[in-house]
Design a protein around this ligand. Structure first.
Ligand code: FCB
Length: 451
């Protein structure tokens, strides 16, 4: 067997990513909790319930796994509805809990990246129309200022908004794409349907991001602020079909490029210039899961422009047809993002795989794709695997298991998966070598280390 080692840069950040509503439990005061309690919204009418019990002792328990895996970073979100339970009222006990969490991370050398908005809204804000109206922008800005003032001695790396595109598609384009996989299928609150509405929501999210970006920099001199942007690799189903290429290109523009153009060039809907939005990314956060093939479809006006997603025969998919395992997509998107000149964090990357038979291979191939990009001078600063412990996967409930650690939500029992051991070895040694590949994914040795 050939000997070879892929080294990662010194100071590289290794961690996992989580979101408040998916892990904390008993988040009773937000729109997601209300949404879950309506029959038919979540697969099998499952509930987040206690989730991973992070509001109890689950956070402390999960951090032991992060420490065991030698993580030196972790991305988590704070819950607006806990910090500001009623409009203009602040809960100091909630802030203290987050301070205790960040302090524990710091004690273990785990650098926090804190997300201010990860899909959930306080009930009072969603009752006011949520992100459908620009009225939410100053409210979000005030919350961001409050949060950063309260936590700035413990954190200087911030994500304003998680996946503005995913939020708009999930909440405002219900069933636009019934044959597609993953997020496009997931109905999220408020479960509305309208293309114009979805665009308004993206506009307001990006204005909220810009307002928070400037507020955070006013509150903290050394802050680094960005968005966690979900990008998918859209490809034509039939590569020689002009129509398939056209619809794949449209999806790419609307899902991927729209958000980049907003935060980098200060343009809403590609044309409307907003000065305060220009260059509001100190880094690009990339959430990468999969590629999607798109096929032209003349059914409705929207489908004519956007086509629909198709699974190619013979494609290896993760659990529940969530997505194709396609590591090369990560490399290609990183190369594309390198053109922005911004540092990049991979803020999410993972797959649902309850029996952990694909995850070891997923990890090795995706980390190798990232390594290749770094070797071509793409400034990737860190990698946050989605996710640490199995958690409440939105509309999919507990059906999809993304954790490096397995969780029984009823008993709160945890068990490290083999892929967690693998990830721990990579994080500890800051490299991948042939013996590691041989140990965890012998089937990859010949392709990764030929000769
Ligand atoms: C992303 C979300 C995250 C999680 C993963 C699987 O789109 O940001 O909360 O649900 O998908």
């Amino acid at each position: 067997m050939a000997k070879a080692t892929m080294y990662f840069p010194p100071d590289f950040k290794w961690g996992c990513a989580t979101a408040a509503h998916q892990v904390e439990g008993n988040n009773t005061n937000n729109d997601w909790w209300a949404w879950e309690h309506v029959d038919g919204h979540i697969r099998g009418n499952q509930k987040s319930g206690l989730a991973c019990n992070w509001w109890g002792d689950g956070f402390e328990r999960d951090m032991e796994y992060a420490v065991h895996m030698h993580n030196n970073a972790h991305r988590l979100s704070i819950e607006w509805s806990r910090i500001e339970p009623k409009e203009g009222q602040w809960d100091s006990a909630a802030i203290d809990r987050y301070r205790a969490m960040l302090t524990l991370m710091r004690e273990h050398g785990i650098e926090p990246m804190v997300t201010l908005h990860h899909f959930s809204n306080p009930l009072w804000a969603s009752e006011r129309g949520g992100w459908e109206s620009p009225d939410i922008v100053p409210l979000f800005e005030r919350y961001a200022t409050k949060a950063v003032e309260a936590l700035k001695d413990l954190c200087d790396l911030w994500v304003t908004i998680n996946e503005p595109n995913g939020y708009a598609v999930g909440g405002y384009l219900r069933d636009v794409d019934p044959t597609s996989v993953a997020i496009a299928q997931n109905a999220m609150p408020p479960g509305k349907d309208g293309f114009g509405l979805a665009l308004n929501v993206v506009d307001n999210l990006m204005l909220g991001h810009a307002a928070a970006y400037h507020a955070i920099h006013r509150a903290q001199e050394n802050a680094r602020v960005g968005v966690a942007h979900h990008m998918r690799l859209f490809e034509p189903y039939r590569s020689n079909s002009l129509l398939d290429r056209w619809v794949a290109g449209n999806r790419d523009r609307l899902f991927n490029q729209l958000i980049l153009d907003a935060m980098l060039r200060g343009r809403l809907r590609f044309v409307k210039r907003v000065r305060s939005l220009r260059d509001t990314a100190d880094f690009i956060g990339l959430n990468y899961y999969t590629r999607e093939f798109t096929k032209f479809d003349r059914h409705s006006l929207l489908e004519a422009a956007l086509g629909h997603g198709v699974i190619r025969p013979g494609t290896e998919m993760s659990d529940g047809n969530y997505g194709e395992l396609y590591a090369q997509g990560l490399f290609r998107l990183l190369k594309r993002l390198a053109q922005t000149g911004k540092p990049i964090y991979i803020t999410e990357n993972g797959l649902p795989d309850a029996d952990d038979d694909q995850r070891p291979r997923f990890l090795i191939t995706h980390l190798r794709a990232m390594w290749r990009a770094i070797n071509e001078n793409v400034p990737v600063m860190g990698y946050y695997h989605w996710t640490l412990t199995d958690n409440f996967e939105w509309a999919e409930g507990w059906n999809l298991r993304f954790g490096l650690v397995e969780l029984n939500p009823q008993t709160q029992e945890r068990k490290m998966r083999r892929s967690g051991e693998l990830y721990g070895e990579v994080c500890q040694r800051n490299l991948i070598d042939d013996s590691l590949v041989y140990k965890y994914t012998p089937e990859l040795v010949d392709t990764l280390f030929p000769g």
